[in-house]
Design a protein around this ligand. Structure first.
Ligand code: PLP
Length: 346
């Protein structure tokens, strides 16, 4: 028994994919204007507009917490509220950044088992109060795919955006793994977002193979007013911006953005199909993107840990495994073998 050489604790354990790395290298010649006034940033922004078939406004920031918090603050005033799922990253994993950057907009949490919001859930909480004493609902944020790896189908996003329009709410999408959702759905980024009624998308680069960086995409340029100032004030305006933007070009021009996600999803599907028939082991959520939640007794999880596997158990008590662009299928199989061995011994 040897210690695993690759862990699947999170997709941010992965390094930089070769296409992004090569693009960084290409951008690293000579000097270039700072703060986004460079050729790379212009080309990368155009690449987003091509990919989304839209004249969207694009901003590059360092991480997903900033992308979400700044996007939500641009969509709301301090007296507003933002409707999200109880397991939403903005609620559970951003240390209050959305509330902080919006100067107090309140998150209104809908209890959901799979991290997905429904039109009914949104309507119920948005119409629960309409008096002056309650923070006025203004934004809905959905995570695509959700924190438990469930993907909203396009018609589900459409149904949510329809209720948003009816109730005067704006729709934000936390797409930390947006590429994985596109890979699962097999639809264009445009169909998955603005054509389905999404106003603002935070498109994750880090979990898709970049060293660092997320893009905030406004499909309605009016909503992006002064967003550059927000980024600067929050410490999110990169001075050597080309190194945040050029890697995106590498992902898009090579098609790696989708390939990486397809590979990661396929690894999750592979693990799920190899373990689903093992007695004493369950899948706590359907596997649709690049995450697998393994349900097993504490002794089985302990035995897995003893074999050197690391994993989180913070969502639903199961062991979470997440696959990055670099997941080696031999290691996926090895994890499956170890799960089987630990379950058999328990
Ligand atoms: C990883 C992740 C983010 C971004 O997290 P950072 O660590 O701030 O980059 C945002 N939303 C979801 C759902 C995530 O999984």
């Amino acid at each position: 028994m040897s210690i695993p050489t690759q862990q699947f604790v999170s997709d941010n354990y992965a390094g930089v994919c070769p296409e992004a790395w090569a693009a960084m290298e290409r951008a690293n010649h000579g000097s270039a204007p700072a703060y986004g006034d460079d050729e790379w940033t212009r080309r990368a922004s155009d690449a987003f507009r091509d990919l989304f078939e839209a004249k969207c406004e694009v901003f590059f920031v360092f991480n997903g917490t900033a992308a979400n918090a700044l996007a939500l603050s641009a969509l709301s005033q301090s007296y507003h509220s933002v409707i999200c799922s109880s397991s939403a990253h903005v609620e559970t994993d951003e240390c209050g950044a959305p509330e902080f950057f919006s100067n107090g907009a309140k998150l209104l949490v809908v209890q959901t088992p799979d991290g997905k919001l429904s039109p009914e859930g949104i309507r119920a909480i948005a119409s629960s109060r309409s008096d002056i004493h309650f923070p006025k609902p203004r934004v809905v944020t959905i995570t695509q795919p959700s924190e438990t790896g469930q993907v909203y189908k396009v018609d589900e996003v459409q149904a949510i955006s329809a209720i948003c329009r009816e109730l005067g709410l704006r729709l934000h999408m936390d797409g930390a793994r947006f590429a994985h959702a596109c890979a699962h759905l097999g639809v264009s980024p445009a169909d998955a977002t603005w054509r389905a009624g999404v106003d603002v998308l935070c498109f994750g680069g880090t979990k898709n193979g970049l060293a660092v960086g997320e893009a905030v995409i406004f499909f309605d340029p009016a909503m992006a007013e002064d967003f550059d100032y927000r980024c600067k004030q929050a410490g999110q305006l990169a001075s050597k911006m080309r190194f945040l933007s050029a890697p995106w070009l590498g992902l898009f021009e090579s098609g790696a953005w989708l390939r990486n996600a397809q590979h990661a999803n396929a690894c999750a599907t592979r693990l799920a199909s190899r373990i689903k028939a093992i007695p004493g082991v369950t899948l706590k959520f359907p596997v649709e993107a690049n995450t697998v939640f393994l349900g097993a007794s504490p002794p089985v999880l302990e035995a897995l840990r003893n074999r050197g596997w690391r994993f989180y158990t913070f969502i639903g008590g199961g062991a979470r495994f997440v696959f990055g662009w670099d997941a080696d299928v031999r290691n996926v199989d090895r994890l499956a073998d170890d799960i089987a061995a630990c379950a058999a011994a328990a």
